[in-house]
Design a protein around this ligand. Structure first.
Ligand SMILES: Nc1ncnc2c1ncn2[C@@H]1O[C@H](COP(=O)(O)OP(=O)(O)OP(=O)(O)O)[C@@H](O)[C@H]1O
Ligand SMILES: [Mg+2]
Length: 269
């Protein structure tokens, strides 16, 4: 089902979010079109995972609006929120597989939980997804028998099992060797196209990201500070972007979690 109006899949308007009295997002405006792949970058603790939580309706903003596929996310009641979650697939850094289940049963899980499909149809769908990530031959293995890169691919196949409209990736490349990073990157792109999805990727891996995405947005100080195409990123001398691109420890991205003044703290005053 597509929403009646607009090619916008995700729209955040003046979104503010705090944990207790700590303000994390201070007026985020971000629109993502249907079919786009957008990367979100920014310093550690800057609120990237929080932003994904707002899109998936796991968190509610204190103010502002979050629209996903035409739905006003913070205003959804429980059953509509459940409906929204079925449209959203997520892959997290340690996309935990069920360790006691085979690869096949891990991917069959969402179908068995959330649909009434008969087993023979489920079997075909699982094999289709496994084929898409190149692991049909590994269907009987247990997660402990997989390499890290393979496990991430299985988690990816499971995340897209129910053909979500939106895929949210939180650090999908972390901890993988360069070849696996390339494979996951290519899969994200291919699946986005083949399944007609819209993808949001939180990542620090600028090189892989630039091969993959339509846009990169940079979250800093609770707002979207940059919104650039990959080719602009490659050539910009923007210090914030260069700090990421060149992996520099010092630059505009702060190293310290906000806290009291260091000297007063160690002196106990
Ligand atoms: N459940 C929570 N309760 C209170 N504070 C939280 C909670 N979750 C996150 N935070 C705080 O909110 C801030 C933003 O966290 P978030 O996880 O969104 O950052 P991030 O940009 O994803 O960082 P990283 O790149 O390190 O994953 C952090 O300072 C974190 O300490
Ligand atoms: Mg995070």
């Amino acid at each position: 089902m597509t929403s009646p109006h607009t090619s916008e899949m995700i729209a955040l308007k003046d979104v503010r979010f705090s944990y207790a009295d700590r303000s994390i997002l201070k007026g985020v405006n971000l629109t993502i079109k249907k079919g786009e792949i957008v990367a979100i970058m920014g310093g550690s603790g800057g609120g990237k995972t929080t932003l994904l939580g707002l899109i998936s309706g796991r968190l509610k903003p204190q103010s502002g609006s979050v629209i996903v596929d035409g739905l006003d996310v913070p205003k959804l009641n429980k059953s509509n929120l459940y409906g929204l979650r079925r449209k959203i697939g997520m892959l997290f850094q340690f996309g935990a597989l069920f360790t006691d289940l085979s690869v096949f049963d891990n991917i069959a899980f969402p179908y068995r939980e959330q649909t009434n499909l008969p087993e023979d149809i489920i079997r075909s769908l699982v094999l289709l997804k496994l084929e898409a990530v190149g692991l049909r031959g590994a269907k009987d293995l247990k997660p402990a028998e997989l390499s890290g890169g393979m496990a991430r691919r299985v988690a990816l196949a499971r995340a897209v099992a129910l053909d979500p409209a939106v895929m949210l990736y939180d650090e999908p490349f972390t901890g993988l060797d360069p070849i696996s990073v390339g494979i996951i990157g290519r899969l994200i792109k291919r699946l986005n196209r083949a399944l007609g999805m819209t993808s949001v990727i939180v990542t620090h891996d600028l090189n892989e990201t630039l091969r993959l995405v339509d846009r990169v947005v940079v979250l800093s100080d609770g707002k979207i500070h940059r919104d650039m195409a990959p080719e602009q990123i490659r050539t910009t001398d923007d210090p914030f972007i260069r700090q990421f691109a060149d992996g520099l420890p010092d630059g505009p991205v702060p190293f310290h979690y906000p806290g009291p003044d260091y000297l007063s703290e160690i002196l106990g005053r």
